[in-house]
Design a protein around this ligand. Structure first.
Ligand code: HEC
Length: 262
C-alpha cells in the first residue's frame, strides 16, 4: 500500500516537472523556462478548481441524501423545490469551502473556476427540477432519486457542456459504469487505508492526458448506511448487496478531469 501511494506521488511529481514523458509533449518543457512559472501557477489553479467542483457536486449529493423519502413514511406531500435545493447546496458548499456560489463575483478564484462553478449550480438545479415527481417516491426496486443518481446525471450533463469530467467511483462499485481506471484505483486504495488523512485529495498531471486529474474522497453519513451499511451481504431497499460500511468510513470518491487548456 505504502509503495503504491509513493508511486502515485512520484508519478505526479515527475509529470509535474515535465519529466514523465509517457507520450506526447511534456507539460513543462525544459527549453521554455520562461513559461514554467506560469504553468505551475496554472496547475495550482486547476487543482483548486477541481477540488471545488468535487465539493460542490458532493454538497448537492448531501442535500439529496437528506431529503430521500423514507420507505416507512412514503407519502411525502411535496418534493424538494429547486430553490430550496439550491439554497441548501450553496450553504453546505459555503461551510465546506468558504466560497459563496451566490456571490462568485467577489470570490478569490480564477475566472475559469467561477464559470465552471456557475455551470455546475445550473446543471444541478436542472436535474432536481426534472426529478420532481421521482423525488416523491421512496427508493425501492432499483429505482429512486438517490445521491448517486443525482450525481451521475449532473456529472454527465456538466461534462457534455464543459468538457470537464466528473465521475463517482468506488473500489467495488454497485454500477459497473462507475468502475475505477488504474489511476483512480490507486487513489481509492490510498483512501481505504484507515490511516489516510481525512479529505486529503490526490491529484496528478500527466503529459499524456494533458489534463489535471483529482480524486476527492467521500465519507459515509448516517443516511448512506441505510443502503451501504451493515449487515454486510444482505440486500438494501434498492435490492443491492450492502457493503457493510461504518459511519464516517471512506465510501469512494469523486474523480475530476480538467483539460489543461480551456
Ligand atoms: C437509497 C440507497 C442509497 C443511499 C441512501 C446511498 N446510496 Fe450510494 N449508491 C446506491 C446505489 C443503488 C448505487 C448505484 C447507483 C447506480 O446504479 O449508478 C450507489 C452508488 C454509490 C457510489 C458510486 C459507486 C458505485 O457503487 O456505483 C458511491 C461513491 C456512493 N453510492 C456513496 C454513497 C454515499 C457517500 C452515500 C451517503 C451520502 C450514499 N451513497 C447513499 C444506493 C444508495
Amino acid at each position: 500500500m505504502k509503495v503504491r501511494r509513493l508511486r502515485w506521488i512520484l508519478l505526479s511529481l515527475l509529470a509535474f516537472a515535465g519529466v514523465g514523458r509517457s507520450g506526447g509533449d511534456p507539460i513543462l518543457a525544459k527549453d521554455r523556462p520562461a513559461e514554467a512559472g506560469v504553468a505551475l501557477q496554472q496547475i495550482l489553479e486547476l487543482e483548486t478548481t477541481a477540488r471545488l467542483l468535487a465539493v460542490l457536486l458532493d454538497s448537492g449529493r448531501a442535500v439529496v441524501s437528506e431529503h430521500l423519502p423514507l420507505v416507512e413514511a412514503p407519502n411525502r406531500a411535496q418534493p424538494l423545490s429547486a430553490d430550496a435545493f439550491e439554497r441548501q447546496m450553496a450553504d453546505i458548499f459555503l461551510s465546506r469551502s468558504g466560497i459563496d456560489v451566490r456571490d462568485l463575483d467577489h470570490a478569490k478564484v480564477s475566472a475559469r473556476s467561477k464559470r465552471l462553478l456557475r455551470e455546475l449550480v445550473t446543471v444541478s438545479r436542472e436535474i432536481v427540477v426534472e426529478a420532481q415527481q421521482e423525488m416523491l417516491r421512496p427508493p425501492a426496486g432499483g429505482r429512486g432519486f438517490i445521491p448517486a443518481v443525482f450525481g451521475a446525471r449532473t456529472a454527465t450533463r456538466f461534462s457534455d457542456r464543459t468538457g470537464v469530467r466528473l465521475k463517482q467511483t468506488a473500489l467495488a462499485p454497485r454500477n459497473p459504469a462507475n468502475a475505477p481506471d488504474s489511476s483512480e484505483k490507486l487513489a481509492l486504495e490510498a483512501f481505504a487505508d484507515s490511516d489516510y488523512p481525512r479529505e486529503k485529495v490526490i491529484s496528478e498531471v500527466t503529459a499524456k492526458s494533458a489534463a489535471l486529474r483529482l480524486m476527492y474522497p467521500l465519507y459515509t453519513t448516517r443516511h448512506c448506511l441505510d443502503c451501504h451499511g451493515e449487515p454486510k451481504g444482505e440486500r438494501d431497499k434498492m435490492g443491492y448487496v450492502r457493503e457493510g460500511l461504518k459511519l464516517g468510513q471512506n465510501a469512494g470518491a469523486i474523480s475530476v478531469t480538467i483539460p489543461l487548456r480551456p
